[in-house]
Design a protein around this ligand. Structure first.
Ligand SMILES: Cc1ncc(COP(=O)(O)O)c(C=O)c1O
Length: 373
């Protein structure tokens, strides 16, 4: 008898376990007649900031808008350059472009897939105003070195935390390491809304106040129809806030479950021609938004898993400098040798808190069987 398929991410299991609570919370918010910037949003922001150990959380409409708002609040715009990774989702760079600034790519580290500090320093010019590290897959970038570089050159650091919720460096959670952090609550993220939502975190009172104003049309907080800044409509709604509040309570235990699944994968995938993702250490904790190996014969392995009913994904098959949308910018792949190599090998295996031990065993046995063929 053939075995049931294993999904890459099974959101149904999480939703089923919380269905009654989620339905009640969403309905209450819907019937409250306070659909924007009401009590649910306020409470969510307070609880999220407390969980992350930061002074402020400013909710917004998506991870992309969180990046855009944080940059705008930091005063970044036309004629400024922002150094970031080419090995990320396009929202990282499109959000920079939306501020009027220009993104500049540095290369990445082969093991963590995060920005290479040496490469960042090579890209700094008189126009550089910010560094935008991406904590890819849930593993933090080398923030102590990035912060030292930022201090040396007087740069702002905005963290792309879309994949790194509850990851930390030396005890400080991502989102509290740079000047501001940008989070996504896209449904498949470690904390997923039932739609789009995001948030900015910061310890800086002025940045926080500017983000609050910018997401809400640039309003002056005291005089309603006075616009101190030119903002936009980038708020999160109350229904999403109510849903996120239900899920937020479970986030620490879900993160632990992800880390246990990762440990099980690491144990069972030893000795194969593949590189495992970095494990958590005393200094760096991994949030395992996805579990990404670097495998030889990656495409054949992916196909073999599929034939055996196991889903997997490639984040990202095409680096941003090779995207058609950026063809006019004239990037050359040879300038990013590490990214070029890594994008041929990365393969993300199923990872979600409800994934069972038996499923992990089956996935690992299938990977082993592929390399023994
Ligand atoms: C690294 C990274 N940055 C930014 C984003 C954008 O988040 P959103 O989809 O909520 O706009 C994502 C979402 O996939 C992401 O993975």
């Amino acid at each position: 008898m053939s075995q049931p398929p294993i999904a890459f991410f099974d959101i149904q299991r999480q939703h089923d376990s919380l269905r009654t609570e989620l339905n009640a919370a969403a309905l209450d918010a819907l019937n409250s007649m306070q659909w924007l910037l009401g009590p649910q949003t306020e409470k969510f922001e307070k609880d999220f900031a407390a969980l992350l150990g930061v002074k402020h959380c400013i909710s917004c409409s998506s991870g992309a808008s969180a990046i855009q708002l944080a940059l705008m609040a930091a005063g970044i715009g036309p004629n400024d350059e922002v150094i970031t990774s080419p090995f990320t989702f396009i929202a990282t760079t499109s959000s920079i472009t939306l501020t009027g600034a220009k993104f500049v790519f540095a290369d990445i580290e082969p093991d963590t897939c995060a920005l290479s500090v040496q490469s960042i320093e090579q890209k700094i010019t008189a126009k550089t105003k910010a560094i935008l590290p991406v904590h890819l897959y849930g593993y933090p970038a080398n923030m102590p070195a990035i912060k030292a570089l930022a201090e040396k050159y007087h740069l702002t650091v905005i963290e792309d935390c879309a994949q790194s919720l509850l990851a930390s460096v030396q005890g400080t959670k991502t989102g509290g390491l740079g000047h501001a952090g940008a989070f996504s609550f896209y449904p498949s993220k470690n904390l997923g809304a039932c739609g789009d939502a995001g948030a900015i975190t910061t310890n800086d009172d002025i940045l926080a106040q500017r983000c609050r104003s910018l997401r809400h049309g640039g309003r002056n907080q005291e005089r309603e129809y006075e616009h101190t800044l030119e903002g936009s409509t980038l708020r999160m709604d109350e229904v999403q806030a109510a849903i996120l509040r239900v899920k937020l309570k479970h986030l620490p235990e879900w993160t632990k479950a992800r880390q246990q699944i990762a440990a099980l994968y690491a144990e069972r995938l030893q000795g194969l021609p593949l590189a495992l993702p970095p494990a958590s250490t005393a200094d760096y904790t991994h949030a395992y938004c996805v579990y990404t190996i670097q495998a030889s014969q990656r495409d054949l392995l992916k196909q073999y898993l599929k034939e055996n009913g196991i889903a997997s994904a490639i984040y990202y098959p095409v680096p941003l400098y090779r995207q058609p949308a950026y063809q006019h910018l004239g990037f050359e792949a040879k300038d990013f040798p590490v990214t070029e190599k890594v994008c041929q090998k990365v393969l993300s295996l199923p990872m979600f808190p409800e994934l069972t031990r038996q499923e992990v065993f089956r996935i690992c046995d299938t990977v082993r069987a592929f390399y023994k063929k």
